[in-house]
Design a protein around this ligand. Structure first.
Ligand code: AMP
Length: 372
């Protein structure tokens, strides 16, 4: 596929804020976005040229969508594989089915990370209750039992502190199989983002440090306050992931940083990621623009950072309560996703607080944010 000409249409599966910010970036490059989602007028559709409202199982609607766009991408990795398979027969899909399938299944994902040279915590597949005891003996306690599919923001997992916890967690967590992982006593959670173009060029952004609240990302600190070699390793790991996935688009890699400086891979997201929102305001070319460029067949843009940044998620009613004051903070760039109702736990928007380059390393920190 050659580069899409101005005015071409990028189809986006999924109606959320990641699609919204991709559509906005695509519009800046002269492209139109067409969002396909089961719900009408979601964050993505509100800023797109067209929307299809239909379930991911509707073959007719998928066919019509495929014929109305020039390329298809997705903004969440739980797109049912049959939907992407059907689309891929009609129109280029970026990333493709292989990347999606690996990232939809924690067992495939862990095996893939190890192959890509990214260290991971010890893990075992749990197909039946009888697998638990030998797996716990090998992995050790405490451990984390997780569903292999459809888990996010800490859902679909349980910490196992004793052998007795394990049977109850196995019964509660579904669907099976599950994955048992060693509990990682991490010092920090770090993530890194890579973009890969259709011609195989790879570019990475500075690694960031992530803080969670109630299992939901609260803050991303860019750059991560880690030694240079650690930051380099995080970028190298995500570049490897992008290459080995042969991905076209953007991919994020979540990592655990151990107290001794070791990085362990946890999760791959084959799409723009919440921990990369800071790139909109602190980089010339954001993760969303890189994604749009890659799927449209354009060359990648620069990934350099012109400011330090702390991205603050605005979650639920509490997050929305900060909105008015945030719009008045001189160095904050506020973003809202256009969601009507601020339900608890729902990501409503974010604000990127900018600081001069190098300020975070010298101990500066934006006023009014939760302390680190
Ligand atoms: P995940 O859905 O795998 O991203 O996990 C959500 C969160 O649970 C992570 O951000 C960690 O804070 C925690 N977590 C997941 N896996 C482990 C693990 N093996 N050891 C310790 N904490 C974990």
């Amino acid at each position: 596929m050659s580069a899409l000409p101005p005015g071409a249409t990028i189809g986006i599966l999924g109606g959320g804020q990641l699609g919204r910010m991709t559509a906005l970036a695509a519009a800046r490059l002269g492209y139109r976005a067409h969002v396909y989602a089961p719900e009408a007028d979601g964050p993505g559709a509100l800023v797109s040229a067209a929307q299809t409202v239909a379930p991911y199982e509707d073959a007719d609607a998928l066919g019509r969508f495929a014929r109305s766009v020039d390329v298809v991408t997705f903004e969440f990795e739980n797109v049912p594989a049959p939907a992407l398979e059907l689309l891929a027969a009609l129109v280029p899909c970026r990333p493709g089915l292989r990347a999606l399938s690996i990232c939809q299944d924690r067992l495939l994902e862990k095996a893939f990370l190890a192959e890509a040279g990214v260290p991971v915590a010890p893990w075992r597949a749990i197909h039946a209750e009888a697998d638990l005891a030998p797996a716990l003996a090998e992995v050790g306690l405490p451990a984390v039992l997780k569903t292999t599919r459809l888990g996010y923001d800490g859902r679909g997992q349980a910490v196992i502190r004793s052998a007795e916890d394990a049977a109850a967690a196995f019964a509660r967590l579904a669907p099976h199989p599950l994955i048992l992982e060693a509990f990682v006593p991490f010092a920090a959670e770090v993530s890194a983002i890579a973009a890969r173009s259709a011609d195989g060029a790879v570019a990475t952004y500075d690694a960031v440090e992530n803080r969670h609240r109630h299992h939901i990302l609260d803050l991303s600190i860019a750059p991560a306050r880690v030694p240079e070699a650690t930051a380099r390793a995080a970028r190298d790991h995500v570049a490897q992931v992008a290459e080995r996935l042969e991905l076209v688009g953007v991919v994020a890699l979540e990592l655990f940083l151990l107290p001794d400086g070791t990085l362990l891979g946890n999760e791959i997201a084959p799409r723009p990621h919440n921990s990369g929102h800071w790139t909109i305001d602190a980089c010339a070319v954001s993760q969303f623009e890189q994604h749009a460029r890659a799927v449209a067949g354009l060359p990648l843009g620069p990934t350099g950072r012109h400011a330090d940044a702390v991205m603050q998620n605005l979650v639920g009613p509490e997050g929305m309560a900060l909105w008015d004051s945030l719009t008045a903070v001189p160095d904050a760039c506020p973003h809202l996703y256009g969601k009507a109702e601020a339900r608890p736990g729902r990501k409503m928007g974010h604000a990127t607080h900018l600081l001069p380059l190098g300020a975070l390393a010298s101990g500066a920190y934006p006023a009014g944010l939760p302390p680190l």
